[in-house]
Design a protein around this ligand. Sequence first.
Ligand code: NDP
Ligand code: OXD
Length: 313
Amino acid sequence: MQKGRILLSVTGFNPRRWMELLSVDREVVLEPDGPTDPSITYAVVWKQRPNVLARLPNLRAIFSIGAGVDHIFTDPGVPDVPIVRVVAENLTQYMTEYVVWRVLDHHRQGMLYRAQQRKKVWHEPPQRPANDISVGIMGLGQLGRAAAAALLALGFRVNGWGRTDRPMAGVTTFSGDGGLIPFLNATDILVVLLPLTPATQGIVNYWLLRELRRRNGLGGAVLINAGRGRLQRDADILRAIEDGTLKEASLDVFEVEPLPRTSPLWSHPRVFVTPHAAATSDPAHLTAPMLAQMDAYERGEPLQNVVDREAGY
Ligand code: NDP
Ligand code: OXD
């Protein structure tokens, strides 16, 4: 029997490689043959065109090209079929590298040394051991837990905050609204790996940053956000850096992406900017598992990594 067609609906980047690799097993189209095309059984999407999925009668599941799925829900016409998100070793590894890289750079005073080098200054500031620093991970999920394990191996103390209490060996865990302030009060370097949902939008604001621990000798609290830009308020981060609430920040994500050229974040000496590049979705690693899931689902097996639509992630 002929396998159903895949609709590959992507905006913001060229999906050529995704097209090639998905096409090894199924016919792939970039547009359906009309809004009610019966031949489409799966959709693989990144910021799909609004309403393109709404009336496809035989659509069985939607596959997100990313770990996050907020890009799917901005479309008012998302039909009630399962949504599968990316959970993959390769993507997790990229995110772990990013988090470890940024934590170590802040911890080992990378910003100060780069400024000193530009001025040819030979000066060694005080060093402190990793086990004197608490890294707090907001969002102790697939990516947060892997980053936590790597940070623990380096000797950092690690706190984690989630919606529900999910203990992890070696990590001090906090959960829910009641756990947020104690989590922040015990955190020197805050790593944000939350999904963007109605409950988390704008959570990284000035008042939250005020709750981070600022101990003498450590030089101030640090923010690292690789979750989503709309978790944060860019202006609040600038304010916090300017008034000493934060010492430095590493930001991979922004309220508006691409970050507008007029944003003061681009040139701030204590902000490290990357272009939403912490953990890329590599089709060479992700298309085969997607195709395998489609086949397994058609054999009657359950889909893996299905989004909880009520929770929004
Ligand atoms: P998971 O779903 O595995 O983990 C999400 C975590 O956030 C869970 O610990 C969850 O709590 C927690 N959480 C969700 N909502 C709340 C809330 N309201 N209050 C407190 N905690 C909450 O996601 P991943 O780890 O796979 O990915 C996390 C995010 O990283 C993605 O959604 C995406 O936005 C971002 N991302 C960014 C990339 C980049 O390149 N910058 C690349 C890939 C992902 P609980 O454990 O209780 O469910
Ligand atoms: C993702 C992303 O969600 O790359 O995977 O942002």
